[in-house]
Design a protein around this ligand. Structure first.
Ligand code: GRF
Length: 208
């Protein structure tokens, strides 16, 4: 059984997709140990509690500095001791000590086709704003392992989504979620839970 902790910051629709996929059997061999948010008001925490899952808020603002938060967050994670950490719309940079402690066991969903529109400053709606500004005709989403770079770890899966005439950042974000994110992330978790994915090192992975 793959034990996962899901980290969230906002609406939690990706978390919901994971919970629904576990309930419907599209994700097997997987148990959600807890959901952690940096934002106590996140709707995602409500979604977790409604599902009977332990939900915790851990805000960097409650700590004297980033290092103190990084330490507390990593210790919290070590206590939970998940097999996999899933970043599902989590807007906080993962502490380097957590990346080291959970090497090859952290995955993230990013709402673009990496390496486009990713890295520092590309999060949430900004990603879609930039895609529209550039005038790309196709965007999408990427699930990848997390290493100590920003959106740089080995790519697990990607799915393309068409940009349509008249799209706004909001309509594009919604289409990328519906057509890519909510499908890719549950699939990747199921692949990891059932041993179909193997991470080689911080730069590469392969399908078995
Ligand atoms: C998603 O687009 C995710 O890819 C991005 O932030 C958004 C979070 O949405 N990193 P939600 O909280 O899962 O609804």
């Amino acid at each position: 059984m793959l034990k996962i902790v899901v980290c969230v910051s906002g609406g939690g629709t990706n978390l919901q997709a994971i919970l629904d996929a576990i309930d419907s059997g599209r994700i097997t061999n997987t148990q959600v140990l807890a959901v952690i948010s940096n934002n106590a008001g996140a709707k995602a925490l409500e979604r977790a509690r409604d599902h009977g899952i332990e939900a915790r808020a851990l805000s960097p603002r409650k700590y004297p500095d980033r290092e103190a938060f990084n330490q507390a967050f990593t210790e919290e994670m070590e206590k939970l001791s998940p097999d996999l950490i899933v970043l599902a719309g989590f807007l906080v940079r993962i502490p380097p000590q957590m990346v080291a402690a959970f090497s090859g066991r952290i995955v993230n969903i990013h709402p673009s086709l990496i390496p486009s529109f990713c890295g520092v400053g590309y999060y949430g709606l900004k990603v879609h704003e930039k895609a529209l500004e550039r005038g790309v005709k196709v965007t999408g989403a990427t699930v990848h392992f997390v290493n100590d770079g920003m959106d740089e770890g080995p790519i697990i899966a990607q799915k393309a989504v068409d940009v349509e005439e008249g799209d706004t950042p909001e309509t594009l974000q919604r289409r990328v979620m519906e057509q890519a994110e909510w499908i890719l992330l549950p699939q990747a978790i199921d692949d990891i839970a059932n041993d179909r994915i193997h991470i080689i090192d911080n730069k590469a992975m392969r399908r078995k």
